[in-house]
Write a protein that binds this ligand. Structure first.
Ligand code: SER
Length: 320
C-alpha cells in the first residue's frame, strides 16, 4: 500500500520544515499537514485538526487512508511551566489519541518526538548517556518521559512501529519556535539580522545541546526509513548535533555581523536550562542507524543568515 503521511502540529517549528520535505520524498498528495491553527505558508493538503479530540483524528485518518503519523504537537518547556496541568493534559491526551489510533487503524509507522527535557539534575551534565536517570524538573519533561514509556508499551504490547528521537534545541529559519527554553538560539538571529541588540534570558556560559534544522530533519527521516530490525531503542534515541553557550553563539554571529551586541538578563528559564545536560552521547543512534550530524556552529550561522536574508530579500547571500 502507498504511504500516506499525516503530520500533526504541522505549523510548529519542526512541522513547518518537515511537511514540505516529506512531500518531496513521498510525493504531493501523499502528505497531509494538520494543525489546530490554519497554515501561514503551506500550500499542500491541509486539515484543521484538534488532536485532543480522538474522533477528529480518526475522521482525518479515515478520510485520507493514513498509514503513518508524525505527531509534532506539544506544549514545550517554558510555556508548560505557566500552567502545568493544562500542558500535561494536552501533551498526554494528544499522545494517547495518536497511539490508540495507530493501534485501531493498524498504521505502519508512527513518529513521536521526545526531548532533552527528559533529563534532569540526576542525569549527568556532560555526554549524557542513552540510559541516564530520567528525573526531569519541568512538566514538559515529565510528559515526555511518560510519552517515551507509552511508545515502548505500544510497541511491545501491540507491535506498533513507534520511533522517537530526543531532540536537542532546534535552530531553524523556516518558522519561529514557541514556548521553549532553547528558543533564544533562534531569536538571536532575527535580532542580529534586523540590526537590533539582543537581550538573552540565559547566562552567557549556559551550554545546551542544540541541532540545526537540516540535521534534525535528516535524523528524523533516517530513523523513520531505517529497517525495523535495526531499531534497538523503542523509548527514544539520544540525538546530538552540537553544543554551545549563548556567548559562543554570539561570537560566531559577530564574525558575520561585527556590530551585533548582546546583553544578559537571565529569567526563570535559566533554572530549566541548568537542569538539562550540556552535551549528549548519541552513540546508540550512531551505531543503530548510522546517525552523523553535519553542521558545526559556524556553518550553521552562515546557513541561518543565508536563508533569513533571502526571506527578507537582503543582499546577504555572500555569507553562505
Ligand atoms: N526546545 C525544547 C524546549 O526548549 C527542548 O526540547 O523546550
Amino acid at each position: 500500500m502507498k504511504d500516506k503521511i499525516l503530520v500533526i502540529g504541522a505549523n510548529g517549528q519542526i512541522g513547518t520544515a518537515l511537511a514540505p520535505l516529506l512531500e518531496q520524498i513521498y510525493g504531493e498528495g501523499n502528505v497531509i499537514a494538520s494543525d489546530i491553527n490554519n497554515p501561514v505558508h503551506y500550500t499542500g493538503i491541509f486539515e484543521h485538526l484538534d488532536a485532543t479530540k480522538a474522533d477528529n483524528l480518526a475522521a482525518v485518518i479515515k478520510k485520507h487512508d493514513i498509514t503513518q503519523i508524525y505527531h509534532l504537537a506539544a506544549i514545550l518547556s517554558a510555556r508548560g511551566e505557566a500552567d502545568p496541568v493544562w500542558a500535561w493534559n494536552i501533551n498526554m491526551q494528544t499522545l494517547l489519541n495518536v497511539l490508540e489510533a495507530s493501534r485501531e487503524f493498524k498504521l505502519d509507522k508512527v513518529f513521536i518526538p521526545s526531548s532533552i527535557a527528559v533529563f534532569g539534575p540526576s542525569s549527568g551534565k556532560v555526554m549524557t548517556q542513552q540510559n541516564a536517570c530520567l528525573e526531569p524538573s519541568t512538566v514538559y519533561g515529565v510528559s515526555k518521559v511518560a510519552a517515551e514509556n507509552w511508545c515502548s508499551y505500544y510497541h511491545h504490547k501491540y507491535d506498533i512501529d513507534v520511533r522517537s528521537l530526543r531532540y536537542p534545541g532546534v535552530i531553524s529559519h523556516q518558522s519561529m519556535p514557541g514556548g521553549g527554553t532553547t528558543d533564544y538560539a533562534v531569536d538571536i538571529f532575527h535580532k542580529a539580522i534586523n540590526g537590533e541588540k539582543y537581550t538573552c534570558y540565559l547566562k552567557k556560559d549556559t551550554a545546551l545541546p542544540m541541532i540545526y534544522i537540516d540535521d534534525a530533519l535528516k535524523a528524523t527521516i533516517e530513523l523513520m526509513e531505517a529497517p525495523a530490525e535495526t531499531i534497538t531503542v523503542r523509548t527514544s534515541y539520544n540525538l546530538s548535533g552540537l553544543s554551545f553557550t549563548p556567548e559562543e553563539l554570539y561570537q560566531s554571529i559577530k564574525n558575520i555581523i561585527p556590530s551585533f551586541e548582546i546583553e544578559y538578563q537571565p529569567d526563570f528559564r535559566q533554572a530549566i536550562a541548568d537542569s538539562w545536560p550540556e552535551s549528549i552521547d548519541d552513540s546508540v543512534a550512531r551505531h543503530d542507524w548510522e546517525w552523523e550530524p553535519e553542521f558545526d556552529l559556524d556553518r550553521m550561522c552562515r546557513d541561518m543568515f543565508f536563508y533569513l536574508a533571502k526571506q527578507k530579500d537582503m543582499a546577504f547571500q555572500s555569507v553562505k
